[in-house]
Design a binder for this molecule. Structure first.
Ligand SMILES: CSCC[C@H](N)C(=O)N1CCC[C@H]1C(=O)N[C@@H](C)C(=O)O
Length: 349
């Protein structure tokens, strides 16, 4: 079943006659159109229209099987209005701005607007074989690039130079960076989202590199923390604790496991090493058309793993003023357990 058919089933369950899809990743999932931020999709039980503007006439015809209406707002909204009179139209409450909602109310006065959450995101959680292939291919490129750049992570190099090399080499392989590359060395390692800075890497630093490729719209995500020279005894101990937590959590991945329990498993190991407070984020997240998507591997999550999910396992420990460690693998949940998609070696300190 295509995601469009699945969406119609979900709309019917939610009591909707139509859905206005505005989130770029959801637009792509439903229509195949890759410039989702300049497009919307209107879905009813017997029609689906891609709305975009004249910059994309050729691209829309090439990429999407949906019929396209080429115009800019408000003509798009005026075009849709007659067919929506008297209908319950779902809109994406987590994405639509207040101003865009006002526009819908103005142009569709006879429709009942219904806020919905996760309508399409829910359909994206289980990946098709084609989607898994794209994520796998993206990770192959990311592994290649990490391995090629690893020898450049030495004392005297700047974090920015490492990030630039990663971005360039991903581009050369036909991909792009999935997000701003994180290169956090020495004390900057205490920042989980420490994007590369001009800092010069020093002997004895641990350097956290968090990178991903985007290929055919799909993302990969992986982190390695590498040692330059000999790190301090304290940071070596932190590294080993994070590695222990990471490997234990990966081994526990299988269908039916609650993501909150996985988070707890990793967190308990770090707590046992006195690092519970230092683990300042969730254990991981789903990966697909967005780098962060469902399921959430957070302690408060109700999500349960199923075969076909692609997730990250990425515990970390962050000591302000001292440094940090994160180790992250990209993992496919399989019928009988898991497959690790990221293959870059991890340091054994
Ligand atoms: C800007 S994308 C960052 C990708 C990275 N691998 C990642 O997902 N990180 C880095 C540290 C924490 C983690 C993250 O942002 N987790 C989110 C889902 C959270 O809220 O915990």
């Amino acid at each position: 079943m295509t995601q469009l058919q699945e969406l119609r089933d979900a709309m019917s369950r939610a009591g909707l006659d139509a859905a206005w899809i505005s989130d770029p990743a959801n637009v792509r999932a439903i229509s195949g159109f890759s410039s989702g931020k300049d497009a919307k999709v209107l879905v009813t039980p017997d029609a689906a229209t891609l709305y975009t503007d004249a910059r994309y006439t050729v691209q829309a015809a090439e990429e999407s099987p949906l019929s396209a209406f080429i115009a800019r707002p408000p003509e798009t909204l005026k075009h849709a209005a007659p067919g929506l009179a008297g209908l319950r139209v779902g809109f994406e409450a987590e994405h639509l701005t207040v101003a865009a909602h006002d526009d819908l109310r103005e142009h569709w006065p006879q429709a009942t607007l219904v806020p919905v959450k996760g309508l399409v995101q829910g359909l994206r959680v289980l990946k098709s074989a084609e989607e898994i292939e794209a994520i796998r291919d993206a990770q192959v490129l990311a592994d290649e690039v990490f391995m090629a750049v690893r020898p450049l992570i030495v004392a005297g190099a700047r974090e920015l130079d490492i990030a630039t090399e990663i971005e360039l080499r991903l581009r050369q392989r036909g991909a792009e960076s999935a997000f701003d590359v994180i290169v956090a060395s020495g004390p900057r390692g205490a920042m989980p989202h420490g994007v590369a800075s001009p800092r010069v890497i020093e002997d004895g630093d641990l350097v956290t590199v968090d990178m991903g490729a985007r290929l055919r719209g799909y993302h990969s995500d992986m982190t390695r923390t590498v040692a330059v020279g000999t790190p301090s005894a304290e940071m070596t101990r932190v590294y080993r604790a994070v590695l222990e937590a990471e490997e234990a959590a990966v081994r526990a991945v299988k269908p039916g496991v609650r993501t909150a329990d996985l988070d707890k498993l990793a967190r308990d190991i770090l707590t046992g090493h006195g690092l519970g407070e230092a683990f300042a984020h969730s254990l991981g997240h789903g990966v697909g058309l967005e780098v962060h998507e469902a399921p959430s591997l957070r302690g408060t999550s109700d999500d349960v793993l199923s075969a076909g999910m692609v997730i990250t396992i990425e515990p970390g420990a962050y000591l302000p003023g001292v440094g940090g460690v994160r180790i992250e693998d990209l993992v496919l949940v399989t019928e009988d357990g898991f497959e690790v998609l990221s293959h870059s070696p991890k340091e054994t300190l």
